[in-house]
Design a protein around this ligand. Structure first.
Ligand code: BV8
Length: 260
């Protein structure tokens, strides 16, 4: 049996979503799990088993051992390059085309929402497909090297790419732990979380700040919260609707029942 058909969308939710003026969605690593991309909290595999992502995704780790950090990101980027968007990504892209006031915020850096056709995506934590100047001097770079505005999507095969403008190391264009998010992105994410009638939290454990506060901002503003996650999270008790099945099965069913 098609597992998506075994998911039932309550009638009152169907009516509420059809009547919603504004819908906001926050996604986390779980929405890409069915594309074969390990989530942050999945145990890392192979070489990376002994590393905690929180240890590697920091400016200190990069300053201390840029080779290791770039190796890790190259490993993750290889997985992303081989991955394809899954039905959950496509379902969100379909909803965006049907609604005039729909906003997608993602914590993911894999770019799969864009590849699935979503246009208006707030990438809170950056984009792993891009590199930017780190401002960290490479041996022999100009003395007064400081972070410049260079960025590229060209990753060289190995080693640490250097900024062609100032000679500093290039780094992944993502937000590391301990780094501030882009003010504009966070402001936009907060605004659309506060103004929506319905807020979907999809595939996120809700452990990372400030992204985790967005659902509570929506709740405080009176929005209905719908969580899609096979496992319970701190948000589950506050969610009006819980779908504890994979997003790749739940979202296409919601699109079919609500917007077909
Ligand atoms: C910051 C990019 C200000 C890099 C990432 C309070 C105030 C200020 C800071 C903090 C604070 N509290 C804590 C902090 C520090 C820190 C933080 O939150 N730490 C955590 C660990 C406690 N926050 C920061 O540092 C942020 N910066 O606040 O700046 C500041 C600065 C300095 C000093 C003071 C203040 C920056 C955070 C951004 C970090 N960068 N990514 C990279 O990717 O390499 S975060 C990283 O974790 C990923 O983006 C990932 O998406 C994100 C969150 O994890 P999830 O997406 O939720 O993924 P996870 O694996 O946890 O869960 C997956 C879920 O999916 C599970 O629940 C699973 O059940 C579910 N699932 C599985 N399969 C499916 C599924 N769901 C649906 N369908 C399925 N098939």
């Amino acid at each position: 049996m098609d597992t998506a058909l075994s998911i039932s969308v309550p009638d009152e939710l169907i009516v509420a979503l059809r009547q919603a003026r504004s819908i906001t969605v926050l996604t986390g690593a779980g929405i890409s799990a069915e594309s074969g991309i390990p989530t942050f909290r999945d145990s890392q595999t192979g070489l990376w088993e002994k590393y905690d992502p929180h240890e590697l995704a920091t400016p200190e780790a990069f300053a201390r051992n840029p080779e290791l950090v770039m190796k890790w990101y190259r490993w993750r980027r290889d997985i992303i390059m081989k991955a394809e968007p899954n039905p959950a990504h496509y379902a969100l892209s379909a909803i965006e085309q049907k609604l005039s006031d729909f906003h997608l915020i993602t914590q993911n850096v894999d770019g799969l929402h864009l590849r699935a056709g979503s246009k208006n995506v707030i990438q809170l934590h950056g984009d792993l497909n891009k590199l930017r100047c780190s401002g960290i001097r490479a041996p022999g770079s100009q003395e007064n090297a400081s972070q410049c505005s260079f960025s590229t999507t060209e990753w060289q095969e190995d080693g640490i790419p250097l900024c062609p403008l100032c000679g500093s190391f290039l780094r992944p264009d993502v937000v590391w732990f301990g780094e501030h998010l882009s003010e504009d992105a966070l402001k936009a994410a907060l605004a659309v979380s506060k103004k929506c009638d319905a807020f979907f939290s999809i595939g996120t454990s809700g452990m990372v700040e400030p992204a985790a506060t967005l659902a509570y901002e929506a709740l405080r503003s009176g929005a209905m919260v719908i969580e899609i996650n096979p496992h319970p999270t701190p948000l589950s008790v506050y969610s009006q609707y819980l779908f504890q099945q994979p997003a790749g099965q739940v979202l296409p069913k919601i699109v079919m029942d609500v917007w077909k």
